[in-house]
Design a binder for this molecule. Structure first.
Ligand code: NAD
Length: 500
């Protein structure tokens, strides 16, 4: 059977879903086993239980499972503990470190283990391979095997080949589905329960019916869905992440050009985003993209293209630009210190505010703060750091920096501050108080969250990303940008873009 987009009029899948929704008032009676209870596995398991399904979340990490059984969240994610608690108490959500047993009990097996970047840039599928092996060893009845992990196109085919050819599993005993996950850390519960779209790729009618039952509440609630084949579903996820990476690198390069040409990137991005063909999302310049997805998924996309004898110029360029961008906060700090008093970073104390790769998560995987700390240490700086919740995770990467209990403690006796994460708490810092605590008043705002006018008025030397024109002193601004004959006649604020 060949399934395609349900958005096409009158195709087979469209009638199929109409048929389904006519009788789907009960949730799936199938038991779901989630293999891998990390960010995606835990959120998916808890939310699928919240949709009315019976779910067993399994993980080889017994410590994580013990925490969950004791009501302790292994990750920080707003609203997650309530969903977990509610469904755990209702008996719809179980946790186990017995992966084999979870597979034996599950009718639908969601694989949600990590797919990190391999040494050559490919996706390392060894965790997936291990799960496939455990499935093969425990498959006694028909199973629907769903990849929730982000995997390269062709992985579903590979899983089928492994099960049939390597482990000799009867092909009638399983179906393969790709159901990629698009949640964002920091908004994960909301994203799972109210997704922009559901993507289900399979060549099995039976599996498709089961997945539609599992997601019945979302489908009947109006969530757009794409029913397609396994390869296309796999490609949709990688293509989406790579595109977002390109968008971020693009606006970062525009920001750098703004710095060089005295333009304000915030105004540029705002005006670009008003064009509905562009949209305002992912147009915030910053210190480069990080996290557990964009870097590795973009790299994997380039690798897949090369495997198919194709170049992937755009995604490779986004990755290259990102390397450059991750060096910007320190480059800007070096420039500010040289301009101020011809100082180097050697022996200077720098306070990093924000360690998580973005706000509202404790995840530091590939965080731009890592590159910044490395660059500072290479130049002999002493690094102090503050983050509302990501400190413990960063401690594992940098046990040797000074972790502080507040931004004010971090700033005390520091020569400079670099803002690396756009936490609300950091946006609300009292910079008048901070200035009194610091040895020198220097700020690099790598997230563009503090109004440079405020910093300048307080006497800070500052810089941001794509806003150098606003970060210069008032005098310098006038000299540089306002033609002499206009300086007296037109108030300066006419030239400044209104800031949010
Ligand atoms: P994670 O590292 O947080 O979780 C993976 C979990 O799998 C860990 O708890 C690990 O102990 C467990 N595990 C490893 N091998 C196992 C095995 N054989 N049996 C059972 N458990 C095992 O990873 P994550 O961030 O949840 O990502 C999982 C996948 O989802 C990746 O492919 C990722 O690209 C994708 N994804 C992640 C996000 C995100 O925002 N984190 C969003 C969408 C998709």
């Amino acid at each position: 059977m060949s399934l395609s987009f349900v958005s096409r009029p009158l195709n087979r899948s469209f009638f199929f879903i109409l048929f389904l929704s006519s009788f789907l008032y009960a949730h799936s009676d199938k038991t779901i086993a989630i293999i891998g209870t990390g960010y995606v596995g835990l959120v998916s398991g808890a939310c699928l239980a919240d949709l009315g399904n019976s779910v067993i979340c399994a993980d080889t990490d017994s410590r994580k499972i013990d925490m969950l059984r004791n009501g302790i969240m292994p990750i920080y994610e707003a609203g997650l503990s309530d969903v977990v608690e509610r469904n755990f108490d209702a008996g719809r959500l179980l946790f186990t470190d017995d992966v084999a047993n979870a597979i034996a009990m599950g009718d639908v097996i969601f694989i949600a283990v990590g797919t990190p970047m391999g040494d050559d840039g490919s996706a390392d599928l060894s965790y997936i391979d291990a799960v496939v092996r455990t499935i093969a060893e425990n498959i006694l009845s028909y199973k629907i095997i769903v990849t929730k992990s982000t995997v390269p196109v062709g992985t579903g085919k590979k899983i089928r080949a492994q099960l049939e050819d390597v482990y000799g599993v009867d092909p009638k005993l399983f179906s393969i589905v790709s159901n990629p996950e698009f949640l964002r850390e920091g908004h994960a519960v909301n994203d799972f329960l109210y997704p922009d779209r559901l993507v289900i790729g399979t060549d099995s009618d039976n599996a498709l019916i089961s997945l539609c039952e599992i997601y019945e509440t979302l489908i009947t609630g109006g969530t757009p869905y794409v029913l397609t084949d396994v390869q296309t579903a796999e490609m949709i996820k990688h293509a989406s992440n790579s595109f977002l990476a390109i968008k971020i690198s693009y606006i970062n390069e525009i920001a750098n050009l703004c710095d060089a040409t005295d333009a304000d990137v915030k105004a540029v991005a705002y005006a670009m985003g008003l064009d509905h063909r562009i949209s305002p999302a992912f147009l915030n310049p910053g210190p480069g993209f990080g996290g557990s997805c964009f870097p590795k998924d973009s790299q994997a996309m380039v690798y897949i293209a090369h495997q198919n004898n194709l170049p992937f110029y755009t995604v490779q360029a986004a990755l290259d630009a990102n390397v450059v961008q991750q060096g910007k906060p320190v480059e800007k700090l070096i420039n500010l210190m040289q301009r101020k008093a011809n100082q180097s970073l050697e022996g200077k104390t720098v306070a990093i505010l924000g360690l998580a790769f973005k706000a509202n998560t404790d995840d530091v995987r590939c965080s731009p703060a890592i590159a910044t700390i490395n660059l500072l240490q290479d130049r002999g700086a002493i690094v102090k750091a503050y983050d509302p919740i990501a400190t413990n995770n960063m401690c594992r990467i940098f046990p040797d920096i000074i972790y502080c209990s507040s931004p004010y403690v971090a700033a005390t006796d520091a020569d400079a501050i670099i803002i690396m994460t756009e936490w609300d708490e950091i946006k609300q810092i009292d910079f008048a108080r901070i200035k009194k605590l610091m040895k020198q008043a220097i700020v690099v705002d790598a997230r563009n969250i503090i109004n440079p006018e405020v910093l300048k008025q307080l006497g800070f030397a500052c810089d941001a990303i794509g806003q150098s024109c606003l970060c210069r002193s008032r005098g310098e601004y006038l000299r540089t940008f306002v033609p002499v004959h206009l300086r007296k006649r037109i108030p300066l604020n006419k030239f400044l873009v209104k800031r949010d």
